[in-house]
Design a protein. Structure first.
Length: 220
């Protein structure tokens, strides 16, 4: 370095990047701050988000009532997908809120200034929504198949329960059924099968009575 090129005490050192200065650059920077939370394979929560997400997660599980590890995993992914969509919407609202005016002209100006950031956010949101739709469809398919199988098994279990009851023997599902994954419609519960048998017997009795009344009215 020559003496003429060396920085002097009066000459300020050149600083590094100072960050975005344009409105579009600032909007993109805000979006980058949330990018990992929108698209990362590892779901990230801030300390402030944790209580709200725990309630959201519990509400989604209460809605779908998954049975078994696969349904539970899909329900977890659905909860995460919904939460990420809500994040994306919050980011979009924040971009509009940064406009100088709440008027339509102000929003239009914000849209034009941040067009690339809005386009990037829309792509993130589309990716999240497609994954969410796939998870929902797969969970619906699995639960429909599980419930159909459980309905057939329960029909068989009720018949076996009634036969055992007439013979004065206890209901023993282990003779007829393989151990299933944990499900709510369990044929391995004598109480559950007994309640279902009583419900069907009562329903059959009501239907018989209705048919009898119908025949009596026609005869009259």
């Amino acid at each position: 370095m020559t003496p003429s090129s060396a920085p002097t005490a009066a000459e300020p050192q050149k600083s590094g990047p100072t960050g975005p200065r344009t409105a579009e650059g600032k909007a993109r920077c805000r979006l980058n701050a949330f990018r990992h939370g929108l698209t990362a394979q590892t779901f990230v929560l801030t300390a402030g988000e944790a209580p709200a997400y725990q309630k959201h997660h519990a509400d989604v599980h209460a809605h779908y009532q998954p049975a078994g590890p696969v349904e539970t995993s899909l329900t977890d992914e659905i909860a995460i997908g919904i939460w990420r969509l809500q994040r994306a919407h919050a980011i979009e609202e924040g971009m509009f809120a940064s406009a100088a005016s709440d008027s339509e002209a102000g929003h239009a100006s914000s849209w034009l200034e941040n067009a690339k950031a809005f386009d990037l956010l829309a792509r993130y949101e589309g990716r999240i929504r497609r994954a969410l739709d796939r998870d929902k469809a797969e969970l619906d398919r699995l639960q429909a198949a599980r419930k159909e199988h459980a309905a057939h098994a329960m029909h068989k279990a009720v018949n076996l329960y009634n036969v055992a009851k007439r013979q004065g023997k206890p209901y023993d599902p282990d003779i007829y059924f393989k151990t299933p994954p944990p499900v709510f419609e369990s044929v391995f519960s004598t109480d559950v099968v007994g309640i279902e048998a009583a419900r069907r017997e009562a329903a059959a009795g009501i239907q018989t009575r209705i048919s009898q009344l119908g025949r009596q009215q026609k005869a009259a």
